[in-house]
Design a protein around this ligand. Structure first.
Ligand code: 5GP
Ligand code: ZN
Length: 112
């Protein structure tokens, strides 16, 4: 399967990894939208959030890693945003489910 994030998991494409679990990987976004911008992905390929959410245990591992990334990156107290863009209409461009963890600056709501 031609999936960028699967290639990052296999090491075929380099990634700046910040955390690795048995079933998850967290790495810095190549085009950061905030001082902290980390992507947390399941190692198993799921094309989108709905597919990932059909495996609640795996989704729980991804969200637990999100919390640890926020702690590690020093934004747990100052505040951070967790986003799953789901579908191209919502801005999803890589069809391997991923949580964006954004922080380190003020974030407006609602987003554009
Ligand atoms: P989406 O738009 O699907 O929600 O998010 C995809 C994210 O992947 C984007 O924020 C984009 O900057 C990031 N991205 C795309 N290609 C690469 C890459 O090769 N390496 C890394 N680290 N991030 C990437
Ligand atoms: Zn994949």
């Amino acid at each position: 399967m031609d999936c960028l994030f699967c290639k990052m998991i296999s090491g075929e494409v380099p990634a700046e990894v910040v955390r690795e679990g048995e079933r998850t990987l967290a790495f810095r976004d190549i085009n950061p939208q905030a001082p902290v911008h980390v992507l947390v992905i399941p190692k198993e390929h799921h094309p989108n959030f709905a597919s990932l959410a059909a495996d609640p245990a795996l989704l729980a591992e991804v969200t637990a890693e999100v919390g640890r990334v926020a702690e590690d990156e020093g934004v747990a107290e100052s505040g951070y945003r967790v986003v799953f863009n789901t579908g191209s209409g919502a801005g999803q461009t890589v069809f391997h489910a991923h949580a964006h963890v954004l922080g380190g600056r003020g974030l407006n709501w609602p987003p554009g």
